[in-house]
Write a protein that binds this ligand. Structure first.
Ligand code: IPD
Ligand code: CA
Ligand code: CA
Length: 263
């Protein structure tokens, strides 16, 4: 089986298990604080995905959220795994969370998969082959008139209310509306399928955005660090995603470039 087919099968199995999952009272733990949570299901799901990948492709490296990076120090193929993106939603609402799996080879994208678990919607893209939601081809909105744009951000407080966010606040006032799902991967996919026009995620890790960025760019969108520099593959970064390169450039030009500190 090829990597893409394997990934689709594993992600679908993981999603089916998560839909059935029930959280026991002791299943939730704080990591760095009360807003940074992990459940037994995050760990179980990541272990399941890692095992499934390494059984078939033992030389591949894996960068996932819940366990230390595995594999060669300078590997040819790297997988980026977020077993549950939107853990808080998983705990509190049991919806709006995703399984996110991206695969890159020699620094170039192979494919990205983001499963919106409860809606059973699989966003997928292979490099050069367009972006899809299930069997439907998806494209970005291509809107670039600022008052018509819908802006998604996964963390409203961090994006707009911390010191030094005046320009982002001005952007929030200029766009049509701001919405928050609480999952970086699903919010970038919302831009990919034209349900949103922009996404600003000031605290994002490779496993949060590396699958969705493949889907977005295959759908005609563009992604960069919020500083305007290219988005790195292997480091945490503040992310700006847009429906087109033009829209991305316009926002950077009019609302400034952010070197947001990572925590
Ligand atoms: C988080 C979510 C959240 C975003 C955080 C991410 P997690 O991922 O995507 O919306 O604001 O920056 O870390 O912890 O649910 O996998
Ligand atoms: Ca995440
Ligand atoms: Ca996670």
């Amino acid at each position: 089986m090829e990597r893409f087919e394997l990934a689709v099968a594993l992600v679908r199995q993981a999603g089916a298990a998560l839909r059935q999952a029930r959280l026991e009272a002791d299943a939730v733990r704080c990591k760095t604080g009360h807003q940074d949570l992990v459940t037994v299901w995050d760990k179980k799901t990541e272990q399941f995905l890692r095992q499934g990948i390494l059984n078939e492709f033992p030389a591949d490296a894996i960068m996932g959220e819940e366990f230390p990076a595995a594999g060669d120090a300078s590997p040819e193929t790297v997988w980026y795994i977020d077993p549950i993106d939107g853990t808080t939603n998983f705990i509190n609402q049991h919806r709006n969370y995703a399984v996110s799996v991206g695969c890159w080879q020699r620094g170039e994208p192979l494919f990205g998969l983001v499963l919106d678990v409860e809606n059973d919607r699989l966003y997928h893209a292979r490099a050069g082959q367009g972006a899809w939601c299930g069997e439907r081809r998806i494209e970005t909105s291509r809107r670039k008139n600022i008052p018509e744009l819908l802006l998604f951000t996964p963390d409203v407080i961090r994006t707009f209310l911390e010191p030094g966010r005046d320009e982002l606040l001005r952007l929030a006032r200029d766009v049509r509306a701001v919405r928050s799902i609480g999952s970086v991967a699903l919010e970038i996919c919302a831009v990919a399928c034209g349900e949103a026009d922009l996404c600003v995620a000031l605290r994002s890790c490779p496993w949060d955005h590396n699958a969705a960025r493949v889907i977005l760019t295959e759908a005609g969108g563009a992604v960069a660090a919020a500083s305007g520099k290219p988005l790195p593959l292997n480091e945490p970064c503040a992310v700006l995603a847009a429906g087109s390169t033009e829209a991305l450039e316009l926002v950077l030009e009019r609302y400034g470039r952010y070197e947001a500190p990572q925590q």
